[in-house]
Write a protein that binds this ligand. Structure first.
Ligand code: ZN
Length: 254
């Protein structure tokens, strides 16, 4: 089912949720227009590649072109990764890569995004985000987790899409997360929370534990996001049986 096709009922439900919960007060793109809105199909796209002057501007109705790149961890990046990587992590820092992509934000515009994954997976991850770009799937924010000092709870609450982070499995200290190997990416964690029993993370994501909603940025079984990751052999935490980690995709199924 197309995830951005919303029934009038779901539109009303989302509006009510936005009035009721802080979840709709986003912190990423365009704070002044921070509401849950569908991405208009003919949105004017302005590239903010590298945060500089626009390099591509599409006329209304013509699709903007995707730009993406894979680059190694240079000295400046290595210095910026002091929160997410340290000696003893299960992947050498030189085996990681930054995948730079363009993404649609919830404002219908094109924004820069970066995600760090293991070297051999980077080209496939770039293809995933190209597919999401072409589908105009909105991504709220996409910065390496060092922007949040490696704090997963903070990154989730900020609705940040991120990959590598040298940390334990949530609730299992001593067990490396797939993120610690550069094998996993969390997508729109606010709209796609981690749900176990009655607990929902991050705080503020409670409305999105109701997976019958079709709000923009949500991921559902068989949709473009799940299919794009499946095409490179990654599986989705939303299909797990004990906990449901709707934001989580991984190359190793964990
Ligand atoms: Zn994850």
């Amino acid at each position: 089912m197309p995830i951005r096709t919303r029934s009038p009922l779901s539109a009303v439900a989302t509006a009510v949720l936005c009035l009721t919960f802080a979840a709709c007060a986003r912190v990423a793109d365009a704070p002044s227009t921070r509401t849950v809105l569908p991405v208009p199909p003919g949105a004017l796209a302005v590239s903010t590649w590298h945060g500089g002057a626009p390099v591509a501007q599409a006329s209304p109705g013509s699709p903007p072109r995707f730009h993406g790149a894979v680059r190694p961890i240079d000295a400046a990046t290595r210095a910026s990764m002091r929160w997410s990587w340290r000696p003893g992590c299960p992947v050498p820092i030189d085996d990681l890569r930054i995948v730079e992509v363009e993404r649609f934000g919830f404002d219908g515009r094109v924004h820069h995004g970066e995600v760090i994954v293991r070297r051999d997976l980077a080209a496939g991850v770039r293809r995933v985000f190209r597919t999401l770009f072409e589908a105009r799937f909105p991504i709220a924010r996409m910065e390496p987790i060092d922007a949040f000092h490696g704090d997963d709870a903070r990154a989730m609450a900020a609705d940040d899409t991120s990959g590598f982070n040298c940390r334990w499995v949530t609730g299992h200290p001593g067990v490396w997360s797939a993120h610690a190997f550069g094998l996993a990416i969390d997508v729109n964690p606010l709209e796609n929370p981690y749900v176990t029993g009655n607990a929902v993370a991050p705080r503020g994501a409670e409305p999105f534990a109701d997976r019958s909603l079709n709000a923009p940025g949500m991921i559902h079984a068989g949709d473009v996001v799940v299919r794009a990751f499946a095409a490179i052999g990654w599986s989705w935490g939303g299909s797990w049986s004990t906990v449901r980690d709707y934001q989580h995709f991984s190359a190793n199924g964990r």
